[in-house]
Write a protein that binds this ligand. Sequence first.
Ligand code: MN
Length: 425
Amino acid sequence: MSHRLLPALTMAEEALVENFHVPTSGERHFADPIVFWDETLRDGEQTPGVHFTPEEKLRIAEVLSEIGVSVINAGIPVVSEEEARAVDRLVHAGLAAKILAAARTVPADVDAVIRSGATHIAIFVAASNVHLRYKLKMTRDQVLDASVRSVRAAKEAGLHVAFVTEDTVRAPFDFVERLYRAVAEAGADRLVVADTVGVMTPLTFRWYLREFRRRVEPRDWSVHCHNDFGLATANTLTALEEGVTSPHVCVNGLGERAGNTPFEELAVALEQLYGVKTGLDLSRLYELSQLVEELSGVPVPVAKAVVGYNAFSHEAGIHTHGILANTLTYEPVQPELVGRHRQMILGKHTGRAALVEKLKERGVALPDSVAAELLARVKRSSERRTKDDLRQFLREYRGYFERPGISDAEFWKMVDEVRAEARAA
Ligand code: MN
């Protein structure tokens, strides 16, 4: 796996260097390519209350694949007949993305993945003391033995094998080292470090991954981060700075509890803050987000980065005035990049410039005094939480909103109609 240093500074980095002389790019060792591993259909489906039918999984997988995600975790075939059918649908859909299915370290699970026809398997087992003692009720030697056997069986069947431990970062490091070295020896292709309960910070995770690299010497590695403290994106970016090959992501940050690293946040941060070329079609991120919102039934938070309703909305006069002069004033990400449009929201903080612009878009020009009155009504409607004031204004001044004359489009439509009539005659 090759690594690249980034010669070009992004706009954010330029500001850092210029203002604070912070050295940035030299510390980063991004893998090339970065292998996006999507967990929406597995961990994302484990969001409380979420269930995708096989057809719904296929619809999501098609878009993920077209956008450029490399690996899609389709689910755990041993869970149910329907789950096995979903994996089967994805395996036979002819997608560009690799289809992965997951298995515990038990023969029935591994066999089910082999039978599914998936080319990739993720074999998982818990690693921390608390999981071994209270959940698995297995000794470390038993865990190690079951893991090695499962990896061998999957390799013999010709699968690409990722090995995952739940709660990796809270497990004793000596055991992690012994276990991961043993499965790598048995043929595991990719080693996954999981912060299953989201307790890492960027600083502790950096230390952890450097120590992991020193002890285990992974050829190809991956991280699975959870968002219990809102740090999943930050921690995953730290991992990528350290050369981790394959980030786990979920669309809209779905997943158990507070969810996983949001796909859209990670992709846009890599491109815009670090200048990394992900090879992803970012312009379809919003479409993907809306599809997953609809099929999962989990609403996207209004203030969510990249895909939230307000992510590209502006109300305050100072902001809209800046945006109208140059969008870079208040938009570090241009909405078109992710398939969205900016919105100027009318409300208490609306300024004159935004209002005039909004009217101009529809060909309405108001005298200054009328525009000032309209602005006052907009603010009052917002403060009183009723639209009555605004509606009353529109009634009183409706003459300004009736458009006299004929627009270009209407004119040429009439010309075409007349020509068609002449031809028909
Ligand atoms: Mn998880």
